[in-house]
Design a protein around this ligand. Structure first.
Ligand SMILES: *Cc1c(COP(=O)(O)O)cnc(C)c1O
Length: 338
């Protein structure tokens, strides 16, 4: 990779701002495994209150947060239902199966990213010794950059309730979803027993996710976090970045979404590039693989960072790409097609 001038690879590439670094340096800390770190406690209390949940747990990553949630809902030999392309099923190294002895029951997504309600119902196992016990349904929102509607999440919650199942939300980018849907975070997360949110994506913190939910589940998750090696000590340094992110980097997500739209409009001017207008900050682009291969090599050479294979690419806007970066990247794209 050449030096990246315009970095659209992911919203995880953001670097902590000087304000955030100051907040980290000034954080009051203690030993969080002893429950002594006031800044971690503040972050956990604040997230629980924002989401209207009993409790919250600060964890190193979204992957660990999802795993803790599944391990808290399920025991050995139990089962979770999730989408075939759900991050927690397909992109977390099979952790629930490997470390939790929890069996996945993946379901194909519909074209709009949702899971069909009938498919979910059909996947729930009857109480029979032949089957793993279905314990929890896990949804993801945003999913592939799309904000899935509230009505869908409530419908799935109704199924979960009717069958006595738990409901987990992988809301790595939940604030992006809320921004796109125009709903508050508490309303958005109300249907769920547990919710995982990343601080290290669009919110700009260097590290960390927060799992929120029902008290008994979060208590269990705290035990599992220790077991998995996620008990941290003076982690108030990191939690301070999260608190700063909550204060400064939620309201501005609309800017990322606006820039993604502008970028998508610019890209869609070229017939070789096929895309849907983004709901949030992520654009997926389809190209013929031979053109795509040359296109990606050119972008790389010119210092425009994106991810993907030759046929499909992903562009992500975030805190560290401004309007000039969007213009700069579009100028590179123009010079490729010229
Ligand atoms: C990034 C992501 C995660 C995992 O977060 P990490 O902090 O990278 O482990 C989980 N779910 C979704 C939907 C994500 O985008």
């Amino acid at each position: 990779m050449n030096t990246i001038r315009f970095d659209f690879r992911s919203d995880t590439v953001t670097r902590p701002s000087s304000g955030m670094r100051t907040a980290m340096a000034d954080a009051e800390v203690g030993d969080d495994v002893f429950g002594d770190d006031p800044t971690v406690r503040l972050l956990e209390q604040r997230m629980a209150a924002m989401l209207g949940k009993d409790a919250a747990l600060f964890v190193p990553s979204g992957t660990q947060s999802n795993l803790l949630a599944l391990m808290s809902h399920c025991g050995r030999g139990d089962e979770y239902i999730a989408g075939q392309q759900a991050h927690l099923y397909s992109h977390e190294a099979g952790g629930a199966a490997v470390l939790g002895s929890i069996q996945p029951q993946p379901i194909a997504h519909q074209a709009d990213g949702t899971l069909a309600l009938a498919d979910i119902e059909a996947a729930i196992k009857p109480d029979d010794s032949h089957y793993a016990r279905t314990r929890v349904i896990a949804l993801e929102n945003t999913f592939g950059g799309r904000a899935l509607p509230m009505g869908y999440m409530r419908d799935v919650a109704e199924i979960a309730r009717r069958h006595g199942l738990g409901l987990h939300l992988d809301g790595a980018r939940a604030f992006n979803a809320c921004t796109a849907l125009g709903v508050g975070i508490a309303e958005f997360t109300a249907p769920f027993d547990t919710v995982s949110i990343c601080l290290s994506k669009g919110l700009g913190a260097p590290v960390g996710s927060v799992l929120t939910g029902r008290q008994d589940l979060i208590d269990m998750a705290r035990r599992h976090r220790k077991m998995l090696g996620g008990g941290m000590r003076q982690s108030g340094i990191l939690a301070a970045a999260g608190l700063y992110a909550l204060d400064h980097n939620i309201a501005r997500l609309v800017e990322d979404h606006r820039r993604a739209k502008r970028l998508a409009e610019g890209l869609s001017a070229y017939p070789a590039i096929r895309l849907d207008m983004p709901d949030t900050n992520i654009i997926f682009v389809d190209m013929d693989p031979d053109v795509g291969e040359r296109f990606m090599a050119f972008l790389n050479e010119q210092g425009v960072g994106i991810t993907g294979t030759y046929g499909q690419q992903r562009w992500v806007t975030h805190l560290d790409v401004d309007d000039a970066a969007v213009d700069g990247a579009l100028a590179v794209v123009e010079s490729f097609f010229a």
